[in-house]
Design a protein around this ligand. Structure first.
Ligand code: COA
Length: 168
């Protein structure tokens, strides 16, 4: 039985664990380990995830989690970047639980939040070459719009992401 719900403070460590494991599993052939660890140290420390669960940054709609038999198996968070414009900022699953529909449940949950907040379009960025994510977003109606430097990267990292959008 899978429950998709808003995260609570006590979920922070599990969310962090999912994101760290998901990140390390997804990008080793696409990004340097130095870059991966730098991103994790910046965006997915326990302190930061705990703070973001407790009080979402402006525009964020709060972490959502998929829980199965009392265990957190996935996490995602979205928010508004401008009036009417929504974005999925983060979506990761326990790497062993991919392909079972959990990502779709979390995507639907965040999409519902964005619609309720007035968004009529939804954006997501995925690393160029991330075949664990791009076919998923395309299967869910997102279309490639533009290629940009990956958020948080420097020129020296040479990391690029595709930005996708769909109407919601
Ligand atoms: C992306 C991710 C969240 C998707 O969640 P999921 O539970 O695996 O996906 P679902 O089972 O809900 O749906 C999969 C759908 O995508 C399609 N798909 C095609 N290729 C796929 C691929 N390589 N990976 C996942 N889905 C793919 C499936 O056909 C299915 O569509 P259908 O039901 O219409 O047939 C998950 O695979 C993941 O954690 N990936 C690694 C981390 C990552 O890259 N996160 C996104 C960062 S931007």
């Amino acid at each position: 039985m899978v429950l998709v719900r808003a995260a609570r403070d006590e979920d922070a460590a599990a969310i962090r664990d999912i994101c760290v494991r998901g990140y390390r599993k997804t990008y080793p052939t696409l990004l340097s380990s130095e870059f991966i660890e730098r991103m994790l140290a910046e965006f997915f420390t326990l302190e930061r995830v705990t703070a973001e669960v407790a009080a979402a940054p402006p525009g964020w709609l709060g972490y959502q989690v998929a829980e199965e038999d009392g265990r957190i198996v996935g996490a995602g968070v979205g928010g508004l970047t401008a009036p009417g414009v929504g974005e999925l900022f983060t979506l990761y699953l326990d790497p062993d639980e991919r392909g079972r529909g959990l990502g779709t449940l979390l995507l639907d949950r965040v999409t519902g939040q964005l619609r309720a907040a007035g968004a009529t379009e939804m954006w997501v960025a995925a690393l160029d070459g991330n075949e664990l994510a791009i076919p998923f977003y395309q299967a869910r109606g997102f279309r490639k719009v533009e290629r940009r430097r990956t958020y948080g990267s420097t020129e020296a990292d040479d990391a690029w992401s595709w930005r996708f959008s769909r109407p919601i």
